[in-house]
Design a protein around this ligand. Structure first.
Ligand SMILES: [Zn+2]
Length: 344
């Protein structure tokens, strides 16, 4: 590692630490008493987040299978929450970025899909590095007559996405943040792929992808952050946040030697990673409800979920504060890679 990279890493960790300390002075937010929640949220508004997760994972939405009316209904609830909280559409064409859903065994004639792209402007809108936060809105639908509600996977992440957007509308970020509820993750990351293919998305501005997938169910109170193995400069952001986080925040699940427990290619962040964009993925350890009809709202751990939401608010705030450095780091990696290519 070059010494200027080491200096930059040190600067990055100091800035991240300062950003996290500064956040302590932002508006504390008292939480209403919610069933199963003892933690008092300081940043996100937990009531609407829990409510949206419950709505998205209700039987009425029939498991939100990509290309089904249930998935479309789910998207409309997410869009409504963005609208109600002052989030703006990112695209000039409106909220929806079309996603083509391919026919599959259980759905030969799928309806159209879409990503819902919300936007909160930074201090210089339309300029500088951009942070993209993703969470997939679809799940497995109905299989063998059973509804797979996907409360943790990923009604939880999609609802948390709206809670984070609402927080940043209230306490604006330094840099532009794009909040993407992406479609069709369960059938091959089709939404994330459509997102990065769209010429309206400024790829060279995207400094970091933060992906939320399964963030509401942990008896142990443990939230994992994957991605620092691939981008070690992001590790201080996690270690410094972990010191005061209301959950146990752990790094891991991102090394080739983790085998099937290497989550690098297991959710939408994989598409960003393949495009050379650093990512941080947040999720819980696999649980008995994973990809089963038992992944219901009644099985999530609401107190942990609210704690995870506040933790993500702190992490996104710290990443935003230091996004210029993260973007510089990304450029450095790309330049080193192209130099190595030229040398070969
Ligand atoms: Zn998922």
């Amino acid at each position: 590692m070059a010494s200027n990279t080491r200096t930059r890493d040190l600067a990055l960790s100091i800035l991240v630490l300062l950003a996290i300390l500064a956040i302590g002075y932002l508006w504390p937010r008292g939480g209403p008493s919610l069933p199963g929640v003892t933690y008092e949220a300081r940043y996100i508004d937990p009531g609407p987040m829990l409510h949206l997760a419950e709505v998205l994972s209700s039987d009425a939405l029939e498991g939100r299978g990509a290309g089904t009316p249930g998935a479309e209904a789910g998207r409309s609830f997410i869009r409504k929450r963005f609208e109600d909280t002052g989030v703006r559409p990112f695209l000039t064409s409106g909220w929806e970025q079309p996603v083509t859903i391919l026919p599959r065994k259980d759905l030969e004639d799928p309806g159209p899909g879409a990503n819902i792209l919300g936007y909160v402007a930074g201090e210089t809108p339309g300029e500088g590095p951009l942070l993209v936060i993703t969470a997939h809105s679809d799940h497995l639908g109905i299989r063998n007559g059973e509804i797979y509600n996907g409360a943790d996977d990923n009604a939880s992440g999609a609802a948390m996405l709206t809670a984070l957007a609402e927080y940043f509308v209230r306490v604006p970020p330094k840099h532009d943040i794009l909040f993407a509820a992406v479609d069709a993750e369960e059938v091959g990351f089709l939404g994330a792929r459509a997102f990065l293919r769209d010429p309206a998305i400024p790829l060279d501005r995207i400094a970091l992808n933060i992906n939320l997938d399964m963030v509401s169910r942990s008896e142990a109170g443990e939230l994992f952050a994957a991605g620092t193995y691939h981008t070690p400069a992001l590790a201080p952001l996690i270690t410094e946040t972990a010191l005061n986080a209301p959950v146990t925040l752990l790094m891991g699940h991102d090394r080739p030697e983790d085998g099937p427990n290497d989550w690098t290619s297991q959710s939408d962040h994989a598409v960003f990673h393949a495009a050379g964009i650093p990512f941080l993925y947040f999720g819980v350890e696999d649980h008995p409800g994973y990809h089963k009809p038992e992944d219901d709202f009644s099985a999530i751990t609401p107190d942990f979920y609210v704690r995870a939401g506040d933790t993500l608010a702190v992490i996104v705030r710290a990443a935003d504060a230091d996004l210029a450095n993260i973007a510089a780091h990304r450029r450095e990696i790309l330049e080193t890679a192209s130099q190595e290519e030229t040398a070969e």
